[in-house]
Design a protein. Sequence first.
Length: 269
Amino acid sequence: MNKEILRYSAILAISLTSCTSISKLDRMSISGNDFNSSLAQNYRSLANYEANQDDWVSAYRYANKGLASVKGKEVLPTNISKCMNAANKAELIEGRAQLVSFLTENNKMNMPKRTADAQAYFDCWVEESNEGWQIDRINLCKNGFVSSLTDGGTGGGITSNDHIIYFGLNSTHLGGYDQKIIANLAKNIKHQGIKLVKVKGYADTTGSKQYNYKISQKRAEVVKGALVKHGVQNKLVKTEAFGQSNLAIPTADNIAEKRNRRVEIDIVK
């Protein structure tokens, strides 16, 4: 019993510390197009993504990297530790060597966004590879990294296709932290000349297909409403509902899975 209490106390402490770091980073006005500013923005997006998935250890690490970047400190890409269990460890080691060669002071000065994207995508690739279960996310981060090194990337930065809001069972309610994420995203959308925001709702396999379609639609509408409330033009936001199709985590029927009860926000520039 005492061990359980200690374990939950440790989890709570990590969560609270992470929230403090992320909130501090979110409150900061990050302006400028230099390497450190671009890197800080990328780490802020990564921190919020991980917090939204309840991965507070990763969120804390990214938030602290973002805070250091804002202060102009040197922030190094993730080291590949000897204890890392990733199946692609050799590939990650090679990738880090390529990244370090790419991150020259001259490149940071002349290609600040591209170099910042390369570092953030690499850190994301390492972290997701070590966890090993989000294959789509691993590929997204790896491809973003490779693209940043080879052809300058897509211009979307680490924030592209990274915005996911999760929901409780049979719920369309946005929590306070979700509202923060949406408010921050809305602010970025308003200042980046976005052409279209796709808000896609999903459900898990509990309940009937008809019910799941309807609740996924409601979730998408709730997120759209929050974006519009925070200043995004209504005409820019298009909603789609997918019900229990396109599961992020494949399950049998009638299985409650938080990662399938989600809304994905895709930004088109």
